[in-house]
Design a protein around this ligand. Sequence first.
Ligand SMILES: Cc1cc2nc3c(=O)[nH]c(=O)nc-3n(C[C@H](O)[C@H](O)[C@H](O)COP(=O)(O)OP(=O)(O)OC[C@H]3O[C@@H](n4cnc5c(N)ncnc54)[C@H](O)[C@@H]3O)c2cc1C
Length: 587
Amino acid sequence: MSAGWLRACALVMLGLFSVSALAKDKTVIVVGGGLSGLTAAYELQNKGWQVTLLEAKPTLGGRSGMATSEWIGNDKTQPVLNKYVSTFKLTTTPAPEFVRTPSYLIDGEYFTAADLATKQPATAEALKRYEKTLDELARSIEDPQNPAANSTLFALDQITVSNWLDRLSLPATARQLVNQQIRTRYDEPSRLSLLYFAQQSRVYRGVADRDLRASRLPGGSPVLAQAFAKQLKTIKTSSPVSSISQDKDGVTVKVGSVGYQADYVVLAVPLRALNKIQMTPALDAQHLGAIKGTNYGWRDQIMLKFKTPVWESKARMSGEIYSNTGLGMLWVEPALKGGANVVINLSGDNARVMQAFGDKQIVDQVLIRLHAFYPQARGSFTGYEIRRYSTDPSMGGAYLAFGPGQISKYWRLWERPLQRVAFAGEHTDALYPGTLEGALRTGQRAASQVEDLAAGKSFEPAKVVPAASAAAAGAVAAKKGNFFTNLFGGSDDKPAPAKAPAPVTPVAPAPAPAPAPTPAPAPVEAPKPATPVKAEPAKKAPVKKPAAKTEAKKAPVKATAKKPEPVKKPAVSTAAKTPVTTETKTQ
Ligand SMILES: Cc1cc2nc3c(=O)[nH]c(=O)nc-3n(C[C@H](O)[C@H](O)[C@H](O)COP(=O)(O)OP(=O)(O)OC[C@H]3O[C@@H](n4cnc5c(N)ncnc54)[C@H](O)[C@@H]3O)c2cc1C
């Protein structure tokens, strides 16, 4: 009997399955089967690693969209996504011109951007003023990878976006539309760090909406997840990881009572899910603080299905359409099998409040509002699918959206591996968090870090700019002048327009305004469940891992008869509260 075989038998008796025991090669476990984990697994397998991917849910793809045919950006805006689309030979179709620019629904009336300028000039002008001021703010960030480069910028991290918007004194309709746009893309303005908003605006500065919606991926991002999965040799679904321990020799990852061993781990789960994994050695206070404190945007996503596209009679309703009331934003899917779908995102604080509703109650609230605008809606309605990302314990939110003070504390914290663990996931990308592109980039980064670790490279602790040195740098920046005049409405280049609000008193480098996070209308943590909701209803068309592959892969040897802990169901209370305005957004 060979030594390898004896070792394997010993591990069986110990209840540990060693990924490395039977392999000659370097071994890695990827935790999380969203697009970041799939990318890391794929890249490492291509480099000769023996990879085991562990996913908590029965299906892969994580938060990748429920929309069945998402729009994707072009090569220039989403190069990594486009690279994989072409590697896997996925089909895309070019976007028609009309979905490439946003439009508006104001008090029930539909406006293109051009219509708005002629029919609602005050609103159009206010939106322009907002965009111009935001652009100036974005311009003030030289390097989006280092947004808090000086004390002035550092101070922006202590301010919320709503503080800043208040000072713009936008007319009511314009402010509603702006609030809607921000909460659908990030989170409620009152919960967002102004520095984060500025940094993201800097990243996308000069990028046209049309380039971000250049083509359509039929089947949506789940198709991409499937394409990755087809390439991977070892995937274990329904395997929620409960602990990871590492020492100088390797790592042990546990799924209930089953242990897996390997040389390295890529941890590709969202922060709230990471909070449920026991780490040995324990994470330090900064990492624990980031896990608990980092703000995530709040979204619930609903797909309503109709027999016919009920919206066609009134307006072109495809693409991003912002509304100032009721339904805040829509994304209409093309007709499928003679019907039509509309994907709606409930976002920000309204969505937080809606957690008090059960699935059907939420759908009813949305239908009531849609029906008011499209009287055929109820009659044509055939069913729905719903995903509640924020109350799903394996996700715990829509995606990263730094709150006030959080860039100062946690900037790029997760880009640095901790001993044998590298981190991936949209929340670990400095430039494109909250996107597919960001998730894919971090999978690639984590894969190359694992290679570096294996080659003996060590990673320096992340540097967070301390306030004192930022203040010193700020003194230099201050000489360049006039930043805060620009921030609230002026410009470096031209005098402030007559209608611009008066500049506020500069706040830097002296103490910044205290962060003013708005109290939540409902607790972020879901209340105790009254009735559990299905984590993954079968009808959702999730990414299906080829059954043969999932089953056929090496099953870990179970030490005891004890079953792995089941994935917890999302907690939702069905106690109905006063209905709130719903908003909708696209995938
Ligand atoms: C409503 C909404 C709309 C969006 N719209 C867009 C858009 O239009 N364009 C765009 O580019 N991006 C969009 N995104 C963002 C995009 O979907 C995400 O950035 C991306 O899917 C995140 O991938 P990820 O791998 O980082 O995380 P995830 O997809 O969340 O993957 C993490 C995986 O880890 C698993 N997991 C968690 N805990 C454990 C555990 N203990 N053990 C094992 N596995 C575990 C989870 O089940 C999950 O599958 C949207 C996201 C949402 C929520």
